[in-house]
Design a protein around this ligand. Sequence first.
Ligand code: NAD
Ligand code: WQD
Length: 349
Amino acid sequence: MAIHTVLVTGGAGYIGSHACVELLEAGFNVVVVDNLSNSNPESLARVQKLTGKSLAFYEVDIRDKQSLSDIFVKEMPDTVVHFAGLKAVGESCEQPHLYYHNNVFGTLVLTEVMQAHQVKQLVFSSSATVYGITDKTQYSEDLPIGAINPYGRSKAMVEDILRDLAEADKIAKPDKPWKIALLRYFNPIGAHESGLIGEDPNGTPNNLMPYVAQVAIGKLPQLSVFGDDYPTHDGTGIRDYIHVIDLVKGHIKAIHAFNNAHFVEGNCKAYNLGAGRGYSVLEIIKKFEEVTGKTINYKIAPRRPGDLAEYFANPELALQELNWKVEKTLHDMVADTWNWQSKNPQGYR
Ligand code: NAD
Ligand code: WQD
C-alpha cells in the first residue's frame, strides 16, 4: 500500500497532538502546520517520543498563503486534517473579528491552497455547538444549524463553505472531486494513557474537566458548578463527554471512508462524534473523586449564560458510514486526565 501523507493543521494542540499519535501509529506520514498561538512545540516532541516515529513541523499560520503553498510543494500531502482554529466561546463574543478571521478566513486560504495543489480530501473539526437551540436533547446530523455565538457561527460558516465547494465539483464533475468529512465533536476530554500528552489550557480553564483536574492538583481553589436547577436528574448540566483517543480514531476512520461508497464520487458529509449518552456535572465530580481519591472542593454557582441543560449525540451515522463508535468509559476519561495532570502539573511548561 502506498504511504499516505497527512497534513495536520493545529497539530500541536490538544486534539491535534493526539491525532498525530494515532496517524503515525496507523502508518501515515505526518506534516504539522501550527502557529503555536495556543500550544507548545513540546507536545510534538512528546508525540515523537511516544511513537518512536518522526513528523515534519512548520511553525506557520494557515493564513500565510505563500508559506502554506511552499509546504504543499515540498511535502505533497494527499489529505488534510484541519484542527487549526480558536475555540473559546467567551473570547469569540468579545473579539468576533479575530474568530472569523482565524477560523473562516484561515479555512478559505487553506482550501484555496489545497485546490491549487489538487489535494481534495479534508477532515474538518466542527462542533456540536453548530446545532441551534431545539426541544431535542439528542442531536442527529439532520437537525437545523443555528449556532448562538461567534465561535459556533464560525464553525457553521466553514461547514457551509465546504459544502459549497463539494457541490461545485458535482456540477463541474472534475476527475478528482472534493471529499470532506465535517466531524462534529461533542465534549472531548481525557488524555493519552501514557500521560505524556494531554490538554494544557492557557490560563484558567473554561471547560469542566481541566478545571476539575486543576482543583484536584491544588492549582485552583474551588470549582463553581454552574447551576443546580436545570431540569435534569440532579439539576446540573448534562453533556456527552468523549475520550480524545476515541475522537481522533474517528478521524482515521473518516480518512479510510473517503474510499467508500459514501464519498467515492465526491461529497461533503457531517458526522457526530459522541458517545450517545451524557453525564451530569455532579456525576463527573463524583467519578473524579472515586478514581483519584481526591476531594473536589466545589460550590453551586449561578447558571453560565448560553449553557443548555442537556444534550448528547446520536452517533448512529458515524457507526453506519465510518464504522466508528466510542470504546472508552468515563473511568478511562477521568483516569487518563488525572494521569496527565498529576505527571505534568504545569502542563508542557
Ligand atoms: P487547541 O487550541 O489545543 O488546538 C488548536 C491548534 O491550532 C493550536 O495548536 C493553535 O496554536 C493552532 N492554531 C490556531 N490558529 C491557527 C492558525 N491560524 N494557523 C496555524 N495554527 C493555528 O484546540 P483543540 O481543543 O485541540 O481543538 C482543535 C479543533 O477542534 C479546533 O478547531 C476546535 O474549534 C475544534 N473543537 C474543539 C473542541 C474542544 O472542546 N476541545 C470541541 C469541538 C471542536
Ligand atoms: C460542561 C458542563 C457547564 C465549567 C464547550 C463549548 C463547545 C465545545 C466544547 C468547542 C456544562 C459545566 C463547566 C465549570 C461547570 N467546544 N461547568 N463549571 O459548555 O458543554 O462546551 O466546550 O467546540 O463549543 O461551548 O463544555 O466543559 O465548558 O461545560 O459547572 O467551571 O460543565 O455548565 O454544564 P460545554 P464545558
